[in-house]
Design a protein around this ligand. Structure first.
Ligand SMILES: [Zn+2]
Length: 336
């Protein structure tokens, strides 16, 4: 009886391992065939006492039936699973593999970088955790300026904060290099705004800076015109509206003629015909002094543009929150 039980155990274990029709058939031939070990058990009959022979014969037959049944169940289960070989209709269309896409912010950023690179600017980077010197002092933002308030910044300690603008990178580059230089600094910035359809506490800016002898506002304006022409694929009028920023003098807001309605007015530009792009201006002499450049020798211009704002207009995204939710149904709408 022990012999029969061991055989039963071994046969069922091997059956469980037979993963396809071939394996199953091999198992059937081995265990249920005439020359197999189950049939071989019958040879043991000879060595048994006469009175035990009928019981032993019955037990072997019972085992055979049990194994046949188990084989039937296993075969059925295999048949229910997808078949592998022979029966497929190869003319049916396949399932296309899902291919990832770049985030719309990344796409926008890469387009802006490529436009600026073609104008001779190179990419620079800086840390997102900044100190007050690079975020404020060196940018001519005095001690008691409201822009430094705790309500408007994410302070990590007395002297450390998440940078509130990418202008910090200008300072870091100028500290380490001599003019002439032309850089752009794309990256994340942080401000404790309450989140709604058009505001977020984390967003992206791209900062441009050029420093050389004899640069004027005319150079800045022509750089911006060429930048937007590269970005939107056509020459668009721009306008500069006087403004104030501590780190530039004079300072201006830059608007570009709406590329969608050509200035006639549409829903994208809120019927204004112009789209606000960001701030710009000539680098304030105090900023040059903070990094050790001689403001009597060098001049420069700088501009900062919001990447979310541009991507939302470019792609027709109505809510800034979509950009950080990482919903694949949203992201897959921007192939590229
Ligand atoms: Zn428009």
């Amino acid at each position: 009886m022990k012999l029969i039980e061991n055989m039963r155990k071994q046969a069922l274990e091997e059956l469980a391992l037979a993963g396809d029709a071939g394996g199953l058939e091999k198992w059937r031939i081995h265990y249920l065939g005439k020359k197999g070990p189950v049939q071989g058990l019958m040879k043991e009959l000879k060595s048994l006492p006469k009175e035990d022979k009928p019981v032993f014969g019955q037990l072997v037959n019972k085992l055979k039936n049990e194994l046949k049944e188990a084989h039937g169940v296993a075969k059925e289960r295999l048949g229910a699973a997808p078949k592998s070989g022979g029966d497929e209709d190869l003319t049916l269309p396949g399932i296309p593999p899902l291919i990832g896409t770049r985030h719309p912010i990344t796409q926008m950023m890469e387009q802006m970088i490529s436009c600026m690179k073609s104008l001779g600017f190179e990419v620079a980077e800086g840390p997102e955790v900044e100190d007050e010197f690079h975020n404020f002092n060196a940018l001519n933002i005095p001690e008691n300026h409201p822009a430094r308030s705790e309500a408007d910044n994410f302070y990590l300690s007395d002297n450390q904060l998440l940078r509130s603008q990418t202008s910090t990178v200008q300072i870091r580059v100028m500290e380490n290099r001599k003019p002439p230089l032309r850089i752009i600094a794309p990256g994340r910035v942080y401000r404790p705004d309450s989140v709604d359809a058009s505001h977020h506490y984390m967003f992206h800016q791209i900062e441009g800076l050029a420093v050389d002898k004899g640069l004027t506002m005319q150079d800045m304006k022509s750089t911006l015109i060429q930048f937007f022409a590269g970005l939107f694929g056509e020459d668009l009028e721009i306008r500069l509206r006087p403004n104030f920023f501590p780190f530039t003098e004079p300072s201006a807001e830059v608007d570009v003629a709406c590329p969608f309605c050509k200035g006639k007015g549409c829903s994208t530009c809120q019927q204004k015909g112009w789209i606000e792009m960001g701030g710009c201006g000539m680098v304030d002499p105090n900023v040059f002094k903070a990094v050790g450049y001689d403001p009597d020798v060098y001049t420069g211009f700088a501009f900062g543009l919001g990447i979310e704002r541009m991507a939302m207009r470019r792609f027709g995204i109505p809510d800034i929150r979509y950009l950080t939710e990482n919903d694949v149904r949203f992201l897959s709408q921007f192939p590229g």
